[in-house]
Design a protein around this ligand. Structure first.
Ligand code: V47
Ligand code: SF4
Length: 388
C-alpha cells in the first residue's frame, strides 16, 4: 500500500467520522452548522442524505405530501430590471413579445374560476414602470370582491421594493396598504442568491439581499406570512447556498413568518446565462435533502413541479420534500419560457393525488397556511364526477 493510498483511506475515514457526527446531531434534533453543511454538499452521498432528510421530513410531516388548488396571474412580463437568468422579461429586448393585461383581463381570469374550489391566487410578474402600489392595491381589492374566500399571495420583494420606492412610502406603509386592500401573504421569489458579489453578476439592478430580507421581516411583523426561495445551479458555489439558507434560517428564528422554503433549479433556455449547463437530477435531490437538514426551523420544503418535472418531483418526496405546490392550471409562463419540463403546467387534483399515491405518500390538499382541507387517502373521485 503506498502513501497516497493510506492518505486517501485516512482522509476518507475522517470524513466518515464527520458524517457520522452530523447524523448523530440530526437524530438528536440538533441544528447543524455552516461548515457541516458545506461538508455535506462536498462529500455526502445521495443515499446518506436521503436517509437523514427523510427522517426529518417524517418527524415534521409524517407521510403527508401537501398541495393546493391554485392559479397564477402574471399581469405583465414587461420589467425594468435585467436579471441575466430571466427568460421572461421583455423591456430591454424583444419588447414586441411583452404582454400587459388590463384590469378587466385580470378580473376575467379570476371570474373564470367562479364556482371552482381554488383556494389561492398567486399574483407575480415583471416590474412594470407604470403599474404602481395603488394600482395593485385596488386590483387586489377587486379580486377579493369577486372571491372574498380566496387567499391572495402576491408580489415578490422585488416588486414590493420598486412599488414602495416609486410611491415614496416605507416598506411598512406599503405593505400595510396592500394588506388593508386584501393581500394575505408574499411569495418567495426574487431572493435568487443572497451573496452580494454574485448578485452583482446575475441581477445587479434589483433589490438587494438586505432589502429582500427587510421586506419579508416587515411583512412578518404585520402578520403577513411569506415563502422563501433560492435559485441554485448557476454560478454559485456550495458556500453561497449555505450562506443564503443561513440568512433565511436566522430570520426565521426571529419572526417564524416563513411557511416554506423552495429551492428553484436554474433553467438555461432563452436567457443570458444559457451557456451555463443545468445541474443533474442527482444534484437537485442532494440540494433538497441538504436544505431539509439545514433549515430546521422551516416546517415545509417545496418542490415546484412545473420547474423540475413530475418524475423528479416524485423522487424529491424521498429527499426531504413534503409539498409540491398546486394544480396551477397552466397559468404561469415563468418556467416554460426558461425551458422547464412542463411546457403547459396543469394537473387536475386527481392527477396530483395519483402522482403522490404512486410513491406511497399521503396526498393532503392544504390551504396557503397549511391547514388541511382534504385528506385524499380514501377519496373517491368517481363519486365527485357522478354528483357534479
Ligand atoms: O425569483 C426566474 C425564478 C422566481 C428562472 O412562493 C428562474 O409559492 C429558474 O419565486 N430558472 C419567481 N428559475 C417564482 C417564484 C415562485 C414560484 C413558485 C412558487 C412560489 C411560492 C414562488 O423564479 C424568481 C427566480 O428565482 N426564475 N428565471 C430560470 N431561468
Ligand atoms: Fe424582472 Fe423578475 Fe425577470 Fe428579474 S427575474 S428581469 S425582476 S421579471
Amino acid at each position: 500500500m503506498n502513501d497516497q493510498h493510506i492518505n486517501t483511506i485516512l482522509s476518507n475515514s475522517a470524513i466518515a467520522s464527520d458524517l457520522k457526527a452530523i447524523a448523530e446531531k440530526v437524530y438528536a434534533h440538533e441544528r447543524i452548522s455552516f461548515d457541516e453543511t458545506v461538508l455535506l454538499y462536498n462529500k455526502a452521498e445521495l443515499g446518506y442524505l436521503g436517509v437523514l432528510a427523510n427522517y426529518i421530513r417524517e418527524q415534521k410531516n409524517g407521510n403527508n405530501v401537501y398541495f393546493n388548488r391554485n392559479f397564477h396571474i402574471e399581469p405583465t412580463n414587461i420589467c425594468v430590471f435585467d436579471c441575466k437568468f430571466c427568460s421572461y422579461s421583455r423591456l430591454l429586448k424583444n419588447k414586441e413579445e411583452g404582454w400587459e393585461l388590463s384590469e378587466q383581463q385580470i378580473i376575467d381570469i379570476v371570474k373564470k374560476y367562479d364556482g371552482q374550489p381554488v383556494t389561492e391566487v398567486h399574483i407575480v410578474g415583471g416590474v412594470h414602470p407604470k403599474m404602481g402600489l395603488m394600482y395593485f392595491a385596488n386590483l387586489i381589492k377587486k379580486v377579493k370582491e369577486i372571491r372574498p374566500d380566496i387567499h391572495v399571495k402576491a408580489f415578490t420583494a422585488v416588486e414590493l421594493e420598486y412599488m414602495c420606492r416609486k410611491a415614496k412610502v416605507s416598506y411598512e406603509e406599503g405593505l400595510r396598504i396592500l394588506k388593508e386592500h386584501g393581500q394575505d401573504s408574499l411569495p418567495g421569489g426574487g431572493a435568487e442568491i443572497f451573496d452580494e458579489e454574485l448578485r452583482k453578476q446575475i441581477c445587479e439592478d434589483k433589490c438587494t439581499a438586505a432589502e429582500w430580507l427587510e421586506i419579508h421581516e416587515t411583512a412578518h411583523k404585520l402578520g403577513m406570512p411569506s415563502n422563501a426561495t433560492m435559485l441554485y445551479g448557476h454560478i454559485e458555489k456550495f458556500e453561497h447556498r449555505v450562506d443564503h439558507m443561513n440568512r433565511l434560517r436566522n430570520l426565521q428564528d426571529k419572526t417564524k413568518g416563513f411557511n416554506t422554503f423552495i429551492p428553484l433549479k436554474f433553467r438555461n433556455k432563452g436567457n443570458q446565462m444559457s451557456n451555463i449547463p443545468e445541474v443533474s437530477v442527482v444534484e437537485d435531490l442532494r440540494n433538497y435533502a441538504i436544505s431539509r437538514i439545514f433549515m430546521d426551523n422551516f416546517n415545509h420544503i417545496k418542490a415546484y413541479w412545473p420547474m423540475i418535472g413530475r418524475t423528479t418531483a416524485q423522487l424529491s418526496l424521498s429527499f426531504g420534500v413534503d409539498d409540491i405546490d398546486g394544480t396551477i392550471d397552466d397559468s404561469t409562463k415563468i418556467y416554460s419560457m426558461a425551458g422547464a419540463e412542463d411546457q403547459n403546467p396543469a394537473l387536475t387534483t386527481e392527477q396530483l393525488v395519483e402522482l403522490i399515491k404512486q410513491v406511497g405518500r399521503t396526498p393532503i390538499e392544504r390551504d396557503t397556511l397549511y391547514n388541511v382541507i382534504t385528506d385524499y387517502t380514501n377519496y373517491d373521485f368517481a363519486k365527485e364526477k357522478v354528483s357534479a
